[in-house]
Design a protein around this ligand. Structure first.
Ligand code: UD1
Ligand code: CA
Length: 466
């Protein structure tokens, strides 16, 4: 669609959202609502995308530019929200030089490139003037109703507020996606009036105007009505997001991922999961998370921006953020990987273990109740229960290094900066403030004293005092 400019309408106030934030910036599956139609248009090959902005214009523009660096974008302003025809007219300059315009309402997050391709065919077949996408829905609600003539061609669109009771019952609705020849469209838009129930300039009047000029109006009826889901309020926002997650879950299942109770998982569409991986209920995956093959992602795990190798076993309720787990790692239950952590091949972290900016070497284990921050652990080291790196003095952070094969006894504090050498031992209950040489044993314990007969002597003292 090289000769096509996409025009996305996103200037509206979105008053039904009852929000201080522009509607287009509300997140659907981790990305702003307006991201989705822009992405669909770029994926379909439109060489320029004009996003008409108004309410929160600067914010919306900055957000979209940030999400699509390098794309040919324009942000025409609509200063007063006078209706969809008026909004489209604001993009007239941005559309100059393009033979056709793909017009998309900015609140349609579920559109796919496939729909645009079929729309283009309908446009070409009907004479290359205008085509629109329609859908048959159970509840036509606030959608514009499609009125067809005796031949079955689309004659006009009637907005709900202007519809007769008979028209209200029509279940074929206007999705809000159109393809139009620009040299016909823009002069006609300028002639759209506002004589309707709400006094707005309706884009949808274009259909009857095209027909009145004897031009053909092509249409494509959606096979999958979920593409028509629009977001006007928070209930529709939730419904659209649910549909998007379910669509992606279905795709992953088709690719060989087992998902237990797919309606309960939130796997954002930019997250990939490998074959024969098993995902348990309540799992969330966000921000480009990648999970390899043959993994288990246990109930309630929340993965954001993480990269997981093959054969990794994540037990329930782990939280992993911006980190990497290599093949055959084991985590949880209740492990926490904070940003910039890496678990090398075959390493383990167990319950209530937190890593931050930590590199846990191949085959190393920290299985219970441990905090490792700013720490580098070599291969095959064993970190005992309750080990804590004291990496922060209230002002600065300091590194801890634990070399290959070292054994850190339980309940140890490692006061950074500090290094435990290769194969060294640290006895349980130590507070390590100096480097431990390779092969050494460090013990910081106060020798144990057993006071024999202490309890009996205490009891006698108490009795003689009475
Ligand atoms: C619109 C259609 C309706 C269709 C429905 C489906 C019109 C008149 N009606 O109704 O037939 O069934 O979409 O998606 O077009 N906008 C602007 N500036 C404005 C007004 C709106 O940029 O002055 C933008 C909004 O931000 C929104 C889009 O246009 O992204 C559609 O506006 P909205 O108010 O949601 O229209 P609907 O009432 O849903
Ligand atoms: Ca809408």
């Amino acid at each position: 669609m090289k000769d096509t400019v996409a025009i996305i309408l996103a200037a509206g106030l979105g008053s039904r959202m009852k929000s201080d934030r522009p509607k287009g910036l509300h997140a659907v599956a981790g990305l702003p609502l307006v991201y989705w139609p822009v992405k669909a248009a770029l994926d379909a090959g439109c060489s320029r995308v004009a996003v008409v902005v108004g309410h929160g214009a600067d914010e919306v523009e900055a957000c979209v530019r940030g999400l699509f660096p390098g794309a040919d974008l324009a942000f025409p302003r609509q200063d007063r929200q006078l209706g969809t025809a008026h909004a489209t007219l604001c993009a007239r300059q941005a559309a100059e030089g393009f033979a056709s315009a793909l017009l998309i309402n900015g609140d349609l997050p579920l559109l796919t490139g496939g729909t645009f391709r079929v729309l283009r065919d309908a446009y070409a077949q009907s004479g290359g003037a205008f085509a629109l996408v329609t859908s048959i829905v159970d509840d036509p609600g606030g959608f514009g109703r499609i009125v067809r003539d005796a031949d079955g061609s689309v004659e006009r669109i009637v907005e709900r507020r202007d519809a007769s009771p008979h028209q209200q019952a029509i279940r074929e609705v206007n999705v809000g996606v159109y393809l139009a020849r620009t040299e016909l469209l823009f002069p006609m838009l300028a002639a759209v009036g506002d004589e309707n129930a709400v006094g707005e300039f309706y884009f949808t009047d274009i259909v009857a105007m095209m027909r009145a000029r004897g031009l053909g109006v092509g249409d494509h009826v959606l096979a999958l009505p979920d593409e028509a889901m629009q977001v006007n309020d928070r209930v529709e926002l939730a419904a659209a997001e649910t549909a998007m997650h379910l669509r992606h879950a279905r795709h992953l299942m088709a690719e060989g991922v087992t998902i237990h109770r797919p309606a309960s998982v939130l796997i954002d569409p930019d997250c990939m999961v490998g074959r024969d991986t098993e995902v348990w209920p309540g799992v969330e995956m966000h921000a480009g998370t990648r999970v390899g093959a043959r993994c288990v992602v246990g109930r309630g795990a929340v993965l954001s921006g993480v990269s997981i190798g093959d054969g990794v076993d994540i037990k329930p309720y782990c939280v992993l953020t911006d980190s990497t787990v290599e093949d055959d790692g084991k985590l949880g239950p209740f492990s926490h990987l904070r940003p910039a952590s890496i678990m090398r091949k075959g390493s383990h972290v167990g319950n209530f273990v937190e890593l931050k900016k930590t590199d846990l070497g191949e085959g190393s284990k920290a299985n219970h109740l441990t905090y490792l921050g700013d720490c580098t652990v070599g291969r095959k080291a064993n970190i005992g229960a309750g080990t804590i790196t004291c990496n922060y003095d209230g002002v600065n952070k300091f590194p801890t290094v634990i070399e290959d094969g070292a054994f850190i006894g339980s309940d140890t504090q490692l006061v950074a900066p500090v290094r435990v050498g290769k194969e060294a031992y640290v006895g349980a209950g130590a507070t390590i403030t100096k480097d431990v040489p390779a092969g050494a044993l460090a013990v910081t314990r106060v020798p144990q004293v057993n006071v024999e007969g202490y309890v009996e002597r205490k009891r006698q003292k108490r009795q003689s005092a009475k």
